[in-house]
Design a binder for this molecule. Structure first.
Ligand SMILES: Nc1ncnc2c1ncn2[C@@H]1O[C@H](COP(=O)(O)OP(=O)(O)OP(=O)(O)O)[C@@H](O)[C@H]1O
Ligand SMILES: [Mg+2]
Length: 276
């Protein structure tokens, strides 16, 4: 039996945001934003601090109310059950604080929501998830004792446990919503985690990630949404969005672009008049 009742829902491997508006209290934070993400691609959301990236992500994950439309698998996310959402999408928040004295295995184990799993399978899943984020053997460590970057990777391992298979048994894609997944990481782990996320997309899942690092975004994102002051400034394929004038406008800061290596990945650097 289909436990997600997908038979009643239009088949869709898309996240579609149409004219989304989000208010907190009386203040409208996000205005009229539209974009979409397909399963199999990595979509990045960039833009200056305070431009509404986290607010938009929270509406997509069901944490904040919205007007307009945000559909996952053809269904308004605001109407999807908490159980369905838990099975189909994992969320890495921008800041995750845990005040209980849990060890790493216990934190990661919070993501194992499949109650059919026995103890051994559960322990194996936790171990595999930790290995994926470069924290092999960290199970018994106290979460509070870890560095900021280690904690960030433990949280990602928790999210991976929740939506381990990028595609569910019935063929529906699962989704990763990541809010600045590499902000506390060194360069090696930044690449490791970005590769992990883009591998999830390559295996058929969907990935939407809020990013500050423009060069990692240029390297890994298929399409990019640029936010500015709560609105969509641009949305499109990487090479169309990675333009010096567009990015300079977004960040209100002169930026220049060069191309790196034979792959021609755009490399963003401060504009000439910002040096010295
Ligand atoms: N709970 C809240 N109450 C009032 N204002 C809020 C609340 N949450 C966010 N805001 C405001 O909404 C705007 C957008 O915040 P948001 O967290 O979405 O920005 P962001 O683009 O994710 O920024 P950053 O890159 O710094 O994380 C900011 O001006 C912020 O002060
Ligand atoms: Mg944010």
């Amino acid at each position: 039996m289909n436990q997600f009742k997908l038979a009643e829902e239009p088949s869709s491997s898309e996240l579609r945001v149409e004219r989304a508006c989000i208010s907190i209290g009386r203040v409208q934070i996000v205005q009229d934003v539209s974009f979409n993400a397909q399963a199999g691609e990595f979509v990045a959301i960039i833009g200056p601090s305070g431009s509404g990236k986290t607010t938009l992500l929270k509406a997509m994950t069901g944490e904040l109310a919205y007007s307009g439309s945000i559909r996952l698998a053809g269904m308004e996310t605001g109407k999807l059950s908490a159980e369905y959402m838990a099975q189909m999408r994992g969320v890495l928040p921008q800041a995750s604080q845990i005040s209980f004295p849990l060890n790493v295995a216990e934190v990661v184990g919070l993501g194992v929501i499949d109650r059919r799993q026995g103890r051994d399978a559960r322990a194996r899943r936790i171990k595999d998830a930790l290995a994926k984020v470069g924290l092999h053997g960290f199970e018994g460590r106290g979460y509070q004792e870890l560095s900021g970057g280690e904690q960030q990777r433990v949280q990602l391992a928790r999210v991976l446990c929740q939506v381990w298979e990028p595609v569910a048994d019935d063929g529906s894609p699962r989704w990763l919503f990541l809010d600045e997944p590499v902000s506390s990481l060194d360069i090696k782990h930044q690449y490791q985690i970005m590769q992990l996320a883009s591998g999830y997309a390559a295996a058929g899942g969907g990935v939407v990630a809020v990013m500050h690092d423009l060069n990692l975004t240029a390297t890994f994102a298929d399409r990019i949404l640029v936010m500015k002051a709560g609105k969509r400034l641009s949305f499109g394929r990487r090479d169309d969005v990675m333009q010096a004038d567009l990015l300079s406008d977004a960040y209100d800061f002169p930026l220049a672009l060069t191309r790196f290596g034979q792959s021609g990945v755009p490399l963003v650097v401060p504009g000439a008049d910002t040096a010295g």
